[in-house]
Ligand binder design. Structure first.
Ligand SMILES: Nc1ncnc2c1ncn2[C@@H]1O[C@H](COP(=O)(O)OP(=O)(O)O)[C@@H](O)[C@H]1O
Ligand SMILES: [Mg+2]
Length: 221
């Protein structure tokens, strides 16, 4: 049975796709049968490269090529689904992910938005994680305000008895005065660890060395 890992973030646009794709690539290179799946993606406008495509390319998986459910409007999935007359079917996502678990060593799941962002009108990505027994990787930007967001996310995981694998702090385009001290501050205030610092890269594949420790976090989970 596969290990399931939910990659969530403290917000949208924080680096979940880059980290998931980097990890998908690394795990596959290491010979682990890995599937990287985006259950639902909004903002699929036919112009920007979709998260689901990044994930597929990272592992080379034949399926899925894209998110399991794709919506056009760049808003929360249930809002987009209502606008577009689409029925969101979490049982379909869970069925797919369960079958994937039987055929892979690791199944990476990229959430939409942050930990408590609705993916249907009654579910968040944390509910999927709970159903699948997934561990959770938290991606956050290494900038001012991050501590509050990471602590809120951690508390949401604790409340649901979800295991946090670790925190990935992604370098912002422009570091601020808090960037050099954020990781230590999180460790000191809340003993949150492990924390990994993630540099800015041209392509997710360039994160191979950086994400190496995450492989052991996953394999030990
Ligand atoms: N480590 C990184 N290095 C360079 N650019 C990054 C990095 N992480 C995120 N980005 C950029 O920031 C934007 C948001 O990242 P993305 O992974 O799509 O976030 P999310 O999946 O959380 O919405 C993208 O343009 C992405 O290329
Ligand atoms: Mg994304």
């Amino acid at each position: 049975m596969a290990r399931y890992v939910l990659v969530t973030g403290t917000d949208t646009g924080v680096g979940k796709t880059v980290v998931t794709a980097g990890l998908g690539h690394l795990l596959t290179k290491q010979g682990l049968r890995t599937l990287a799946v985006k259950p639902v993606e909004s903002g699929c406008d036919g112009v920007a490269k979709e998260d689901g495509t990044w994930l597929q390319e990272s592992t080379g998986q034949p399926e899925p090529q894209r998110a399991l459910t794709r919506l056009r409007a760049p808003v929360a999935p249930p809002v987009a689904a209502d606008r577009e007359g689409v029925d969101l079917d979490p049982e379909n996502w869970l069925g797919f992910l369960r079958r994937a678990g039987g055929e892979n060593d690791v199944v990476l799941i990229e959430g939409a938005g942050g930990a408590l962002s609705p993916i249907t009108w009654s579910l968040t990505a944390l509910d999927l994680a709970k159903d699948l027994g997934a561990s959770v990787l938290v991606v956050a930007p290494n900038r001012l305000g991050m501590q509050n967001h990471v602590l809120l996310t951690h508390e949401a995981l604790q409340q649901r008895n979800l295991r946090m694998l670790g925190i990935i702090l992604v370098d912002p385009e422009a570091p601020d005065a808090s960037t050099p001290s954020n990781a230590d501050a999180l460790r000191r205030f809340a003993d949150l660890k492990p924390i990994l610092l993630c540099p800015r890269v041209q392509h997710p594949h360039d994160l191979r060395e950086t994400l190496e420790p995450v492989v052991s976090w996953i394999l030990k989970s």
